[in-house]
Design a protein around this ligand. Structure first.
Ligand code: KIV
Ligand code: NA
Length: 272
């Protein structure tokens, strides 16, 4: 299977067909995203939260991101895979270029994502590989996670930032927790696709975190307003694990006849 290219995603925007993006962090996740015919996989640094159990995304680095990118790209054939550059990995232009090259060469990704108005870094890296921008709420550095663009002033600021990200060379841009009207206006003004998360229905595509789509988060954890759970993953997974343990305790698994290997005829006597 030939993997999707930026021109395929641009064509979708032109034809007003929505671009589908999900995060994934491992081989199975990539295989499922491929089987479901998603356009893009984002190996997000949300890895830190949903897989590694950290409180914030700024607690992981290049080694962890690359380890998971490799796992994802081994399971991928069709999706456009984006590697999320972690906090600190693009703090200077040189660092950004060096680390973006590692994402491509070692991680096998098709593009990298950089949070915020890092125009010099984006200019330099986009000479080498496609760069996805990210504006609105920026989890790596945010002091709060309030929605952006509530006021005309903030809305104007976000529109200008999005335009500057396109001018700097971004091939696509994530809008996180941006008011719907503002995301709509940005999507209209930009040539490159916008991918929304909590940014309303007018973006050129949508992204959600794997564990949120599947409903894999533990029941006690609070779910964000913009998340919709499409599965009941925690309950189904917990049920399967419980049933397994119960079967072991009740000695119904392994079944003596059907789940075991037996020695060749006559060999047992020779052995004992
Ligand atoms: O890390 C991530 O999963 C992301 C998306 C939520 C956009 O950056
Ligand atoms: Na991220």
């Amino acid at each position: 299977v030939k993997s999707l290219k930026m021109r395929d995603l641009l064509r979708k925007k032109k034809e007003r067909r929505k671009i589908t993006v999900i995060t994934a962090y491992d081989f199975i996740g990539a295989q499922v995203a491929n089987s479901a015919m998603l356009d893009c996989i984002l190996v997000g640094d949300s890895l830190a939260n949903v897989v590694l159990g950290h409180a914030r995304t700024n607690q992981i680095g290049m080694d962890e991101m690359l380890y998971h990118c490799k796992s994802v790209t081994r399971g991928n054939s069709r999706c456009f895979v984006i590697g999320d550059m972690p906090f600190g990995s693009y703090s200077t232009v040189d660092r950004a270029v060096q680390n973006a090259i590692r994402f491509v060469n070692e991680g096998g990704v098709a593009a990298v994502k950089i949070e915020g108005p890092m125009y010099e870094q984006i200019k330099a890296v986009s000479q080498l590989t496609p760069v996805v921008g990210h504006t609105g709420v920026l989890p790596q550095t945010a002091e709060n996670f309030l929605a952006r663009g509530k006021t005309a002033k903030d809305a104007q600021y976000l529109v200008e930032e999005a335009q500057a990200l396109e001018a700097a060379g971004c091939c696509m841009i994530v809008l996180e927790k941006v008011c719907s009207e503002v995301a709509e206006e940005i999507s209209r003004r930009l040539t490159i696709p916008t991918i929304g998360i909590g940014a309303g229905p007018h973006c050129d595509g949508q992204v959600l975190v794997w564990h949120d789509v599947l409903g894999l988060q533990s029941p006690g954890s609070l779910s964000l307003k913009f998340v919709r759970r499409f599965g009941d993953g925690w309950r189904q997974t917990a049920k399967a694990v419980e049933e397994y343990a119960t079967a072991v305790e009740r000695e119904t698994f392994p079944h003596p006849q059907h789940n075991s290997f037996l020695m060749d005829p006559g060999e047992r006597d020779a052995f004992i």
